[in-house]
Design a protein around this ligand. Structure first.
Ligand code: GTP
Length: 601
C-alpha cells in the first residue's frame, strides 16, 4: 500500500476503559473478522490475558477502510492498529508501540474520567509527537457523564470539548465516525523509499511452530522475503524466511515498504535475538544510523522461586528456559536456600510481571511454587570503596558500609479530592516526598510523589485502593536511585539465620519487621523436644525475641498394649511427616510454616 493510503494508530487508555472491546468492534466493522468468528478480546491471545482481561503483549492488525472523498471517489485505506499493553510494568513496550504510529486514540471511560494511566500514556504519546484523537467510551452506560469528562479532556489536551468523539465499544455507536476521523486527522507516514531499509521492532513473540515472530514498522526503504537482515544493536544477521501482515491472521506479502507494519519470521528461537526497540536493516546494504535509542529491559524487582516439591526443580528450570523464549525481560539464576532448598532468583520488570510469570509457571507447567518476598536492587558501597549489587537480601555484605542506594520512582496519583489527606498520610508513611499537586477539574486532583520503589513493591496499591474506596489510580516510572538509611534484618531460629526471611528495610522499620516476623513464626513452628528461641537481629544486635516452648512428643505413648504392627505404622507415619520438614540447625520446621510466613497478609 502506498504511504498516503496508510494510517498507523494505537489506542491508549487506562486499564478497563474498554480498549480491547473497542478494538473488537473495529475488527468487525472493517470486516476483517466476521461476527461468527468473533470472540471477546480477539487480540488478546494468551489465555491468561483473556481471563484477567488485560493485554500483556502488544499486537498489530491491518484493517481495510474505504472513505469517499469530496469528489465522490472512494479510496481504499489500510489502517494499522497497534494494540499496546496497559500496565506500568510494560511502559517500555508501550513507548515502542507508540513510536510505530503517527496517531493515537485517547480513550476515556465516560463514567470514570481521566485516570493515572490515561495521563502516563498521553505523555508518552506526546513525547512521540503523535496526533491525539480524544474519545469518550461507554456512552451507553447510565452513569456516563460525557459532557463533564469532555470538558476535562479538552482542558488537558487543549481544543474544544465538542471535538471529543463519543462512542460505545459495546454497542458500536460512534465507531464508524471514529474510523473516518482516524483517516482524516492522523497524518500518513513519511519516509525515504530509496534509502537503506530501516524498520523498528515494536514487539517480538515466540510461537511454538514458527519460532520468533517479530513485529516491525518500516520507516525507510523496503524489506523483502529471502534477503538477509541485520539487527543493529546486536549485529546479528538472519535470513528473512517470511514477511507479512496480520489481517488479523498472518498473511504473507511480497515485502513491506515505507510506513508499513507487519511481521518477520527468521527461524530464530529466542526473543532475546529480536528485541523490542532494535532496528532491522538489510545486511548487504545496512543503514548507518539506528532508529531511536534501544534500551535493554531492566529487571527492577527480584524474588526467589522454589518448587514446593524439591523433585520439581528440573521441571522449574526447563519451564523458565521456555518462558524466557517469549519474555526478553525475565532473568533468573540458580540459588540455594537453607530453608527452601534449590530454586531460582528471578528478576522482573515489576510486581505484575512477577505475578504473571509465576501464574504461567504454575498453570502451563503444573508447578507448585513458593516465592519469597519481593525486593528491589540495592547498590552497596563499603568503607573500603568496593561496591556490591544486591538482588538477594541474604547476600547483603557484612562489614562497614559507606552508602546504600535504592531505586526511586516518580508516582502520579489521581484521586477525588476528598481522599487527598489519606493519600498524603499513606505516602508519608512510605517515605514519599510530595512534588506537586494539580486540580484536573473541581473535584479531581493529580498528586505527584517521589517514593522508594521498595515501598511500592509491597502492598502500596492495595492500601491506596482501600484508603480511597477504589477511586484513586496510580502510575509510576523509575527515575534513578537515592541513598537511604537501610539495614538488613535477619531472623534466627536457635541462633541459626533463616535465609528466606532476611529483609532489607529502612532503619525506622527494622524493629516492627522483626517483631512481626518473630510473632508470625512463633505461631507457625510446632513445639520441639527442646525450647526454640526465635530472634530478629540487625547485625549482632537482637531487636526482637519469641520462644516456642519445649514439648516431648511421644507418638507411641498412645499405644498401650503390645500391638507391634500398629506401633510400626505410627513410626512410619512420623517419618513420612519428617520428610516434609526442613531442618534449621536442630529445629524441624514444616515447609508449610515457611510458606505461611512468606505469604503476605
Ligand atoms: P485492558 O486490556 O486491561 O487495558 O482493558 P481494556 O481497556 O481493554 O478494557 P476491556 O475492553 O477489557 O473492557 C473493560 C470492561 O468494560 C469490560 O467488562 C467490558 O465489557 C466493559 N466495556 C468496554 N466497553 C464498553 C462500552 O462501550 N460500554 C459498556 N457498558 N461497557 C464496556
Amino acid at each position: 500500500t502506498a504511504p498516503h493510503l496508510l494510517r498507523n494508530f494505537c489506542i491508549i487508555a487506562h486499564i478497563d476503559h474498554g480498549k480491547s472491546t473497542l478494538a473488537d468492534r473495529m475488527l468487525q466493522l472493517t470486516g476483517v473478522v466476521d461476527s461468527r468468528a468473533m470472540r471477546a478480546q480477539y487480540l488478546d491471545r494468551m489465555d491468561i490475558e483473556r481471563e484477567r482481561g488485560i493485554t500483556i503483549k502488544s499486537q498489530a492488525v491491518r484493517m481495510p477502510w474505504g472513505v469517499t472523498g469530496d469528489d465522490g471517489v472512494e479510496s481504499a485505506y489500510a489502517l494499522n492498529m497497534i494494540d499496546t499493553p496497559g500496565h506500568v510494568d510494560f511502559t517500555y513496550e508501550v513507548s515502542r508501540s507508540l513510536a510505530a504510529c503517527e496517531g493515537a486514540v485517547l480513550l476515556v471511560d465516560a463514567a470514570q474520567g481521566i485516570e493515572a494511566q490515561t495521563l502516563a500514556n498521553l505523555y508518552l504519546a506526546l513525547e512521540n509527537d503523535l496526533t491525539i484523537i480524544p474519545v469518550l467510551n461507554k456512552i451507553d452506560l447510565p452513569a456516563a457523564q460525557p459532557e463533564k469528562y469532555a470538558e476535562e479532556l479538552a482542558n488537558l489536551i487543549g481544543g474544544d470539548p465538542e471535538d471529543c468523539l463519543r462512542v460505545s465499544g459495546k454497542t458500536g455507536a460512534g465507531v464508524v465516525e471514529l474510523l473516518d476521523r482516524i483517516v482524516a486527522d492522523i497524518p500518513a507516514p513519511t519516509g525515504d523509499p530509496t534509502a537503506p531499509a530501516r524498520a523498528m521492532i515494536f514487539d517480538s513473540v515466540y510461537d511454538t511452530y514458527r519460532g520468533v515472530v517479530t513485529y516491525v514498522r518500516v520507516v525507510d526503504g523496503q524489506l523483502s522475503p529471502r534477503e538477509r537482515i541485520l539487527m543493529m544493536s546486536t549485529r546479528a544477521t538472519h535470513e528473512l524466511l517470511e514477511i507479512g501482515v496480520s489481517a488479523p491472521e498472518p498473511t504473507p506479502t511480497r515485502g513491506l515498504g515505507v510506513g508499513e507494519v507487519g511481521y518477520l519470521i527468521t527461524g530464530v528461537k529466542d526473543v532475546r535475538q529480536s528485541r523490542v526497540g532494535d532496528t532491522v536493516t538489510n545486511a548487504h546494504k545496512p543503514a548507518s544510523d539506528e532508529l531511536g535509542g534501544y534500551r535493554d529491559p531492566k529487571p527492577m524487582v527480584f524474588s526467589g522461586l522454589y518448587p514446593i516439591d524439591g523433585s520439581d526443580y528440573p521441571v522449574l528450570r526447563d519451564a523458565l528456559d521456555r518462558l524466557k523464549l517469549n519474555d526478553a525481560a525475565l532473568v533468573y539464576e540458580p540459588e540455594t536456600s537453607a530453608a527452601l532448598g534449590f530454586g531460582f532468583r528471578c528478576g522482573f520488570l515489576g510486581l505484575l510481571h512477577l505475578e504473571i510469570v509465576r501464574e504461567r509457571l504454575e498453570r502451563e507447567f503444573t508447578l507448585d511454587l513458593i516465592s519469597t518476598a519481593p525486593n528491589v536492587v540495592y547498590d552497596v558501597t563499603m568503607e573500603d570503596g568496593t561496591e556490591h549489587v544486591v538482588t538477594n537480601p541474604s547476600e547483603y555484605p557484612a562489614g562497614k558500609i559507606r552508602e546504600v542506594r535504592e531505586p526511586v520512582v516518580r508516582a502520579t496519583i489521581l484521586t477525588p479530592n476528598e481522599f487527598v489527606g489519606g493519600i498524603m498520610e499513606l505516602c508519608q508513611s512510605r517515605r514519599g516526598a510530595l512534588q506537586g499537586m494539580d486540580y484536573l477539574s473541581e473535584d479531581r486532583v493529580e498528586m505527584r510523589y517521589t517514593l522508594p520503589l521498595a515501598e511500592i513493591v509491597f502492598d502500596f496499591f492495595d492500601q491506596l485502593k482501600s484508603k480511597t474506596r477504589g477511586y484513586a489510580s496510580l502510575d509510576y516510572e523509575t527515575t534513578g536511585d537515592a541513598p537511604a538509611d537501610l539495614v538488613k534484618v535477619d531472623i534466627l531460629l536457635q541462633g541459626e539465620t533463616v535465609d528466606a526471611f532476611s529483609a532489607i528495610v529502612h532503619k525506622d522499620k527494622a524493629y516492627s519487621y522483626g517483631v512481626m516476623m518473630a510473632g508470625k513464626l512463633k505461631d507457625l513452628i510446632p513445639r520441639q523436644q527442646f525450647e526454640v528461641p526465635i530472634q530478629a537481629a540487625v547485625g549482632s544486635r537482637i531487636i526482637a525475641r519469641e520462644t516456642v516452648r519445649a514439648m516431648r512428643k511421644d507418638v507411641l505413648a498412645k499405644c498401650y498394649g503390645g500391638d507391634i504392627s500398629r506401633k510400626r505404622k505410627l513410626l512410619e507415619k512420623q517419618k513420612e511427616g519428617k520428610k516434609r520438614m526442613k531442618t534449621i540447625g536442630r529445629v524441624d520446621v514444616p515447609q508449610e510454616a515457611f510458606i505461611a510466613a512468606l505469604s503476605s497478609d
